[in-house]
Design a protein around this ligand. Structure first.
Ligand SMILES: NC(=O)c1ccc[n+]([C@@H]2O[C@H](COP(=O)([O-])OP(=O)(O)OC[C@H]3O[C@@H](n4cnc5c(N)ncnc54)[C@H](OP(=O)(O)O)[C@@H]3O)[C@@H](O)[C@H]2O)c1
Length: 256
């Protein structure tokens, strides 16, 4: 489905990014695994290669725009083109500075916005010219269900993800004529290291599972499958969309 395509995935050493990198590689893309976690990135490359796929790791901090520029250059140098960007790196800082506005540590606010929103912009800024030179492409930005339905008490995170959703829509308008589609995904609550606090607690995990329409928790793998769809021509009618892939979390009101 994606054979001959070249993909960059940020935050690819763990969780959703890892599943996305592995799914893109299984679909035939050559993948650049970008993360600040070099050991984790290496293990993703090993797993892709063991599965017969093609990948390299490239240490990237998405808050440093020069590193994002170097990342896109590395993809083109290694594989000759750039067609797919999954801008996925993100952080959540519950009880570590983010919270309800008057309680937020301003440094935590700056950090969350810098990783979750500026990082997405920096990557797109440098990926778009490389995609134009490659004949077009697909950008997938990881937002969150909180882009449309905040949980409350995590104001910085919610604002950053709302920003990702709107940046996606605005960039789609400019990118369309260039042969590049830009879409965002809005996962609900996925069992990844980011959510250790929820999923490490059986009662909390059950409560969050019951908020999904089918009562099941989400997996990173199902998000990876969606990324493959958005990267492929099968999703050619989608541009500027926020796909709420949250098992119904934002679609209905749960009983009180
Ligand atoms: N899990 C969910 O339920 C959920 C729901 C909606 C949206 N999301 C979003 O999905 C994305 C991935 O989340 P996840 O749950 O897969 O989290 P995760 O397992 O913590 O993975 C995130 C990865 O990004 C890396 N990272 C952090 N800061 C970075 C930076 N400045 N530059 C490059 N890489 C960086 C992390 O490295 P370290 O581990 O070393 O920090 C980690 O490897 C995030 O944007 C998150 O907001 C997650």
């Amino acid at each position: 489905m994606l054979s001959g395509r070249v993909a960059v995935v940020t935050g690819a050493a763990s969780g959703i990014g890892r599943a996305s990198a592995e799914a893109l590689a299984r679909a035939g893309a050559s993948v650049v695994v970008a993360d600040i976690d070099e050991v984790g990135s290496r293990s993703v490359v090993d797993s892709i290669e063991a599965d017969g796929g093609s990948a390299i790791a490239f240490r990237t901090d998405v808050t440093e725009h020069e590193e994002c520029a170097a990342l896109m250059k590395r993809a083109v140098d290694a594989f000759g083109a750039l067609h797919i960007l999954h801008a996925n790196a993100g952080i959540a800082l519950p009880f570590r500075g983010d919270g309800f506005a008057p309680d937020i540590d301003p440094e935590a606010w700056d950090r969350v916005i810098k990783v979750n929103l500026s990082g997405v912009f920096y990557c797109a800024h440098y990926a778009i010219p490389a995609m134009i030179a490659s004949g077009g492409g697909s950008i997938i930005n990881t937002a969150s269900s909180m882009a449309t339905l905040p949980l409350g008490g995590l104001d910085g995170y919610a604002a950053s993800k709302g920003g990702v959703a709107m940046l996606t829509k605005s960039m789609a308008a400019g990118c369309g004529p260039l042969g590049i589609r830009v879409n965002a995904i809005g996962p609900g609550y996925v069992d990844t290291p980011m959510n250790e606090m929820i999923f490490g607690n059986a009662d909390l995990a059950a409560a969050f599972a019951s908020g999904h329409a089918d009562g099941n928790l989400q997996t990173s793998e199902e998000i990876g499958d969606l990324v493959v769809f958005l990267a492929s021509d099968a999703s050619r009618s989608l541009n500027g969309a926020l796909i709420t892939c949250d098992r119904g979390w934002t679609s209905f009101k749960r009983p009180v």
